[in-house]
Design a protein around this ligand. Structure first.
Ligand code: ZN
Length: 160
């Protein structure tokens, strides 16, 4: 069966940046399971996998626009330290969930001053051209429950 919308797909993958450094990989763990056509993966990767079959391997280069986005300096904000009152030790690199004008986002602390904390709502991989090497391990039809939830259940997926 070919990868098409509503297929449950399992892949092994390695993600590298332009410098050839490995950013992420499923090596040594279970394959990643996702539901094609439901935004589980970045757009560029879903597009490249469309129509492929079990056993196929591919390498794909994805521009930021179809990956984790183009950096937006408006997403960098100074917030008062008092906003972090419930957090005992705020440190650079910590991530928080925040509501923004652009909907819920993960923000990363990038700077700490006496009265303010600088947070960056850009994805850590924003502006990066992504180089994926992918092996397709399994393709099957989704169950009606998986389709209703918009994600995979069972091996490699969500458990309810
Ligand atoms: Zn579910």
């Amino acid at each position: 069966m070919q990868i098409a919308n509503n297929a449950v797909v399992q892949i092994h993958y390695t993600l590298k940046n332009d410098a050839g450094e490995v950013l992420d990989s499923s090596d040594g763990s279970d394959p990643l399971a996702y539901l094609q056509g439901h935004g589980n993966l970045i757009a560029g990767l879903e597009k490249a996998l469309e129509g492929k079959k079990v056993g196929e391997s591919l390498t794909v280069t994805i521009p930021p626009e179809e990956g984790y986005g183009v950096r937006d300096e408006n997403l960098v904000q100074d917030v008062p330290r008092t906003a972090f009152e419930g957090v005992p030790n705020v440190e650079v690199g910590m991530q928080f969930h925040a509501d923004s004008n652009h909907g819920p986002r993960t923000v990363t602390v990038t700077k700490i001053a006496d009265d303010t904390v600088t947070v960056d709502g850009n994805h850590p991989l924003a502006n990066q051209t992504l180089h994926f090497a992918v092996d397709i391990v399994e393709v099957r039809a989704a169950t009606s429950e998986e389709l209703a939830h918009g994600h995979v259940h069972g091996a490699g997926g969500h458990h309810h």
